[in-house]
Design a protein. Structure first.
Length: 430
């Protein structure tokens, strides 16, 4: 109602009008709407009139879930509607605060691959007006690659709204379209990759509840596509998110589940999964398991080809980053710094966001080890990168830096860095 700029009486009139088109004689007034706002729910047969009235007022579809009335029978198994609803909200800056209020659930029950296969029959209902082919699947895959490139070069803050808009405006219609069953499965697999990437960007931008919701939709799309590999990639992404938030046991549970669920996998996927298992094992203090998984990661990566995938890719930079986390958790600070530097040295020049994050981690660990002047040098390199990137995680590193420096103002390098950090922060806030 706030978004549409309408009051109680105006909405009541619009609902009554929509009701007449449904064959209903409704007599709602402003007091009725007041009751809805306090939590009461209109009778079942009248709810579609409320949905339609709000949709017309806003000029876009409104769903039962968005209003807070659960799901309609048609939405219950419709992953396409769920993807469209989530991405449409994400692409609209005025409504993004609604998503930001969502909390990450550390106790979430993640559906197994067999469970996400349920509902494929419901997804195959008739009534579509759009027909898709292989070229449409290729369009989604190419767009995913482009979004990944933009993510690397200028940051998730710019790339995620583009991905959300494409999901809402194009992919949602493709998911509802008719076409050969093989093409429809391929489309769901391609969409799952883009949804997974969008969830990863939300996680990277510290929108953790939103990222988790995207990941869950990626799992369900993978199930509808009967794509076991894509399911495992999304599950591994959820493990990475849990690790980032400090939930070691949950991270290990999800990483092990992804590895156990994986079908016969190529060496790059094996490395992708084992590396996350190594990180999570170190988080829970399993030294033997962490080092064993790390060795398996290295062996698998050595057998992989040189292809660089936008989604689910794994390379030397990723391996050294995992090695750095394992070393840090096992008490080898100097070894961790060395591995992080090797990670950045292995990155392609286009991976600016990954380089930025790695520099932030290096500096923070140097500082924790009381290598203050070395940390200042790294933080200066970080500021060189951060000035041109839109990254919430980069902003967080900057905040950490500025909180850490005042205690060491007797050091000239610290005073110079603090002044430069203040200037960069002002530019980013402008």
């Amino acid at each position: 109602m706030a978004e549409a700029g309408v009051g109680n009486a105006q909405l009541a009139r619009k609902v009554n009008l929509a009701g007449t088109e449904l064959g209903l004689r409704l007599h709602y007034d402003k007091s009725t709407v007041s009751h809805w706002l306090k939590g009461s729910v209109p009778k079942k047969e009248a709810r579609p009139a409320v949905i339609e009235a709000l949709s017309r007022l806003l000029g876009r579809p409104v769903t039962y879930t968005e209003i807070g009335w659960g799901t309609s029978p048609g939405e219950r198994h419709d992953i396409a509607a769920g993807v469209m609803e989530l991405s449409r909200t994400d692409m609209d800056p005025s409504r993004r605060s609604v998503l930001g209020a969502g909390l990450y659930s550390a106790t979430l029950l993640v559906p197994s691959f067999q469970e996400v296969l349920v509902g494929r029959a419901e997804a195959a209902q008739a009534g579509r007006t759009v027909h898709i082919g292989d070229s449409d699947v290729e369009t989604v895959r190419r767009m995913t690659d482009k979004v990944a490139e933009i993510l690397d070069e200028i940051g998730a803050g710019h790339a995620r709204p583009m991905a959300a808009a494409f999901l809402a405006n194009t992919v949602g219609a493709y998911l509802k379209a008719s076409g050969p069953e093989r093409v429809r499965r391929d489309m769901r697999a391609a969409a799952a990759d883009l949804v997974y990437l969008t969830g990863w960007m939300a996680m990277y931008e510290e929108q953790q509840g939103l990222g988790q919701r995207y990941y869950l939709k990626a799992l369900k799309l993978a199930g509808e596509a009967e794509d076991h590999v894509t399911y495992c990639r999304a599950l591994r992404g959820m493990s990475l998110q849990a690790a980032h938030l400090g939930y070691g046991p949950k991270a290990l549970e999800l990483a092990d589940a992804a590895a156990e669920a994986a079908p016969a996998a190529g060496p790059r996927l094996v490395a992708f999964l084992r590396g996350q298992q190594a990180h999570a094992s170190a988080m829970v203090g399993d030294r033997h398991g962490a080092l064993a998984r790390l060795r398996e990661t290295e062996v698998a990566l050595a057998r992989a080809d040189n292809r660089r995938d936008a989604v689910g890719g794994y390379d030397e930079a990723a391996y050294f980053f995992h090695e750095a986390h394992v070393r840090w958790r096992l008490g080898d600070g100097d070894g961790s710094i060395k591995s992080l530097r090797r990670s950045n040295a292995a990155r392609s020049p286009e991976e600016r966001q990954g380089r930025l994050h790695c520099l932030g981690v290096i500096a923070e660990r140097q500082f924790r080890m009381r290598h203050v002047e070395a940390a200042c040098a790294t933080w200066n390199a970080f500021l060189d990168e951060h000035a041109a990137l839109s990254s919430a995680r980069g902003d967080q590193h900057l905040k950490t830096m500025r909180r850490s420096l005042p205690a060491y103002r007797s050091i000239g390098a610290v005073r110079e860095l603090e002044e430069r950090a203040r200037h960069v922060a002002a530019l980013k806030a402008a």
